[in-house]
Design a protein around this ligand. Structure first.
Ligand SMILES: [Zn+2]
Ligand SMILES: [Zn+2]
Ligand SMILES: [Zn+2]
Length: 163
């Protein structure tokens, strides 16, 4: 994680930005919660634990800057909340997401599955693709394994009748 922080620091320096202590605290929170798809408010509450003097406006500005510098991607899963997601190292395009409509879990597909689609779009529409967002909405494997509440109570009712 230290190395990753160093590389982000270099990336910022290359574009003439300093990794100030407040910015560093924000980046650390994003690194520590890489899987979590945090909103600006979530990030703020976690940064505050490290740097109590920091204000929400500073966290907002830092997140906007990191978005501009391509360190993080901003994404909205349809609930109107912008979430901040660290860009995977070495990835040219944004990773894909699986959003569960039952439990709200967000899983990631880090492999870019769109190669063939990109080729068609670039060829047929003469469009040079720079990035994309792909979010699947459905039911995650965990929810598929769990019998739903309704089925569960029916099951225990049957059991009671047998007894
Ligand atoms: Zn993600
Ligand atoms: Zn792609
Ligand atoms: Zn689920």
């Amino acid at each position: 994680m230290e190395n990753r922080l160093e590389r982000i620091k270099k990336q910022m320096h290359a574009q003439s930005y300093k990794l100030t202590p407040q910015r560093e605290a924000t980046v650390m929170v994003l690194l520590e919660h890489e899987e979590d798809h945090l909103s600006a408010e979530d990030v703020y509450l976690l940064v505050k634990e490290k740097a109590p003097e920091i204000g929400l406006a500073t966290v907002y500005r830092t997140l906007e800057l990191l978005t501009e510098l391509n360190v993080v991607d901003k994404i909205n899963f349809g609930d109107g909340v912008s979430r901040f997601d660290l860009r995977k190292e070495g990835a040219n395009h944004f990773h894909h997401h699986l959003v569960c409509i039952e439990c709200g879990a967000v899983d990631e597909i880090t492999e870019d599955l769109l190669g063939d689609v990109e080729a068609v779009v670039e060829r047929d529409f003469s469009f040079k693709i720079k990035d994309h967002r792909l979010t699947f909405h459905g039911i995650c494997y965990r929810c598929q394994e769990q019998p739903s509440q309704e089925q569960h109570s029916q099951g225990s009712k049957q059991l009671n009748e047998q007894m």
